[in-house]
Design a protein around this ligand. Structure first.
Ligand SMILES: [Zn+2]
Length: 122
């Protein structure tokens, strides 16, 4: 039964661009790009947003574009990543680093925003 479904999907091609699914791990889309574009339209967000762009947008909205992550927070994350490197493959560690970097920068921007709000309300 799943074979038939896969065959139908393959005949239909990519749900986004109609292209062939050959070599794609996904049964519905030819590429991750198409998958995101299709999904993005359904949920009404702009597709293809990288973590960096996301961080940038959040920082701009908070008015904290130029806030730096405190060194001691970076050290914490550095230690956690060193630990992770001992147990995890390189590509997983680099993904982790990218996610943690994003979280750190957003966190710093939110902290800055909160501080400024408190100052202005006094
Ligand atoms: Zn496609």
């Amino acid at each position: 039964m799943p074979d038939i479904i896969a065959a139908i999907d393959e005949a239909l091609g990519c749900h986004e661009c109609g292209g062939p699914l050959e070599g794609s791990v996904d049964h519905d889309f030819c590429s991750e790009r198409c998958h995101r574009a299709w999904h993005g339209r359904r949920v009404g967000v702009t597709p293809e947003t990288s973590l960096d762009e996301l961080v940038h947008d959040i920082r701009v909205q908070l008015g904290a574009e130029h806030v730096e992550v405190p060194a001691e927070r970076r050290e914490e994350i550095g230690r956690a990543l060193d630990e992770a490197r001992r147990h995890l493959p390189d590509d997983v560690v680099s993904t982790l680093r990218s996610i943690m970097e994003t979280a750190l920068r957003v966190d710093a921007a939110i902290g800055d925003h909160e501080q400024r709000r408190q100052h202005s309300s006094h």
